[in-house]
Design a binder for this molecule. Structure first.
Ligand code: NAP
Length: 290
């Protein structure tokens, strides 16, 4: 927290979190640290107990009716259950409640959820870990990370402001974008890397010489740790990224295949100057993404 944040009084809100896994847990920890009341809903009683034990929530239950008392609801469940959760909330939350989500893909979700609940504001914190589940939640995950908020034409600015205010308080750098621009951008910088990194792991696993394969596992160090991290993450999340962002991810993969073929050709034909030039461009441009 910066010294300015410490001096600026922030309103205390009652915030609901549906889905107390990795992201829901991280959110609860930060919101509580900021002094908000956090009401959590989990699917399993064991998660309710763990969330209370870990201090992620002020109060938790498996019953969605707890959301009747909150100002803003964050849906932090897997992508497939975000819209069904909004549908369930219709009968529970007052008309003034802002509903937002953290799903990694936005097009279908924002369109379907806004049709059900006009006060829906799509969100996506670009933060996370390879692990999944509440046990790996920690404080400060959203600090200095981008958070993309996706208003569409009908989204009320007053609702967007509420979500932006909370994301800013969490320390995120907030950007706004249309759902389709968001999905194309994250296909390139998030979903493609998961597939590339998983392919890298499969390439290593396919080494037919057992001795070489074992030696590679022994020699793998920080570089391999960096490049394999996202491919070795939550398989359910990676599959849903592909399923929900299929056209944009396929386009990114085709472009990646073209780039790989170009590099193969340069190496195969001993075009070392051209290869170095390609690597120079990569080195110079990388900071723009970090
Ligand atoms: P996770 O650790 O697997 O947690 C998902 C949680 O959702 C589980 O705790 C599960 O509850 C709960 N859940 C599933 N169905 C539910 C339902 N119908 N009602 C209530 N709770 C339900 O997953 P995650 O990584 O936090 O991902 C959650 C969301 O965040 C996804 O939409 C994902 O796209 C997005 N996201 C993830 C990352 C990342 O790096 N992980 C980053 C940005 C955004 P139980 O424990 O009770 O079974």
């Amino acid at each position: 927290m910066s010294s300015t944040d410490a001096l600026t009084p922030q309103p205390t809100r009652t915030v609901g979190i549906v889905g107390l896994g990795l992201i829901g847990g991280c959110l609860g920890l930060d919101l509580r640290r900021l002094g908000h009341w956090v009401y959590g809903v989990a699917r399993r009683p064991a998660t309710v107990a763990a969330a209370s034990e870990q201090g992620v929530v002020t109060q938790a239950t498996c019953n969605l009716s707890l959301m009747a008392e909150v100002d803003v609801v964050f849906i932090c469940t897997p992508m497939a259950t975000i819209v069904p959760t909004v549908r369930q909330l219709l009968e529970i939350v007052p008309a003034s409640t802002v509903v937002t989500d953290v799903g990694s893909v936005k097009g279908e979700i924002v369109a379907a959820a806004t049709a059900l609940w006009p006060n829906f504001v799509g969100g996506h914190p670009m933060a996370g870990k390879s692990e999944s589940g509440l046990a790996d939640s920690e404080l400060g995950v959203f600090r200095q990370s981008p958070n993309d908020v996706k208003p569409i034409e009908t989204t009320r600015s007053v609702d967007v402001e509420q979500v932006v205010a909370i994301a800013t308080q969490l320390g995120s750098q907030v950007y706004t974008a249309t759902p389709s621009a968001h999905d194309r951008a994250v296909a390139a910088i998030s979903h493609l890397p998961v597939m590339v990194s998983a392919s890298l792991l499969h390439t290593c696993l396919n080494e037919s010489d057992v001795q070489v394969k074992t030696l590679a596992q022994q020699l793998a160090s920080s570089g391999f740790c960096d490049t394999s991290r996202v491919g070795g993450g939550n398989p359910e999340l990676g599959t849903m990224m592909a399923q929900y962002n299929r056209p944009a991810l396929l386009e990114a993969l085709q472009q990646y295949r073209y780039q790989l073929d170009t590099l193969i050709e340069l190496i195969n034909t001993n075009q070392w100057d051209a290869l170095e030039q390609a690597l120079n461009i990569a080195q110079q441009e990388r900071p723009k993404y970090l």
